[in-house]
Design a protein around this ligand. Structure first.
Ligand code: PGA
Length: 261
């Protein structure tokens, strides 16, 4: 079962996630991070940047793989996930840009982009910790409902709901690409530790589906139920539709001191 931790705020969740990532890097200086984009991971990146400022740690050898990328945006587009990851994570954390990979959404090489990305993840020895958000559709990465649990990095078609959700980053909703490259649910399953974060009432249904719903490709986040090491960090609003909430609180309150997130 995933460890579910309900926190008072997004900030507190970010601090907990950042502490876990920091501990990993201190034990493994060339750790491989799975980097998510969007609003959700921001509190984690902010807390980690703050922690690295207050108490520096060498992160120059840390490697990173983004979860996904839009297809067909011009190189350097400010909303390409290459640009977003650079702005939100690589620069504030002081990571080495050459160590960070993002799926290549260039149309010219699209046919092999997925398998190239999988090969790069394998060559790096796999992802140590994968940071995940969840969409209102239940997607993780851009694996929309119906995605196979065995899927690897490939081109997917975004749902209209996801395109509307992401329109806030673009000049017009029509500018949101229809296609993306995303790590598959099978890729995500191979990461050694998953940290899934979700905040706000609009994520409550997707979170309930992921943690307590049936394991089904209709609820892609439910892939976490097949993984041996998952930490879910949510605020009260995102946790509001969980049936076993009392148990998660009880388990966390009684967590043995020797166990860390
Ligand atoms: P958000 O997106 O973090 O911007 O809410 C999450 C997702 O769509 O996976």
């Amino acid at each position: 079962m995933a460890e579910v931790v309900v926190l008072e705020s997004e900030t507190d969740a970010g601090i907990l996630a950042a502490a876990s990532i920091r501990r990993l890097i201190s034990q493994k200086p060339d750790a491989v991070l799975g980097l998510a984009t969007g609003s959700t991971p921001m509190s984690t990146y902010r807390a980690l940047a703050e922690s690295l400022r207050a108490d520096p740690l060498d992160v120059s050898r840390v490697r990173g793989f983004a979860l996904d990328e839009y297809v067909g945006l011009p190189a350097g587009h400010p909303e390409s996930y290459r640009a977003v990851i650079t702005r939100d994570a690589v620069e504030p954390l002081g990571l080495t840009p050459g160590n960070i990979r993002v799926p290549n959404g260039d149309l010219a090489t699209l046919e092999t982009a997925g398998s190239d990305y999988e090969a790069a993840i394998r060559a790096a020895g796999g992802v140590d910790v994968q940071i995940l958000g969840i969409g209102r559709t239940g997607h993780v990465g851009f694996n929309e409902p119906g995605s196979s649990f065995a899927s690897l990095t490939r081109v997917k078609t975004l749902t209209e709901k996801t395109r509307i959700d992401n329109a806030r980053f673009f000049m017009s909703p029509d500018d949101v690409p229809i296609h993306c490259l995303t790590q598959g649910l099978g890729t995500i399953r191979r990461a050694r530790h998953l940290i899934l974060l979700a905040f706000g009432e609009e994520k409550a249904e997707a979170i309930a589906g992921a943690i307590e719903g049936p394991v089904t490709s209709s609820s892609p986040g439910s892939v976490i139920q097949l993984h041996p090491h998952v930490t879910v960090l949510v605020d009260e609003a995102a946790a509001s539709r969980l049936t076993n909430l009392d148990y998660y609180r009880y388990a966390y309150a009684n967590k043995p001191a020797w166990q860390v997130v």
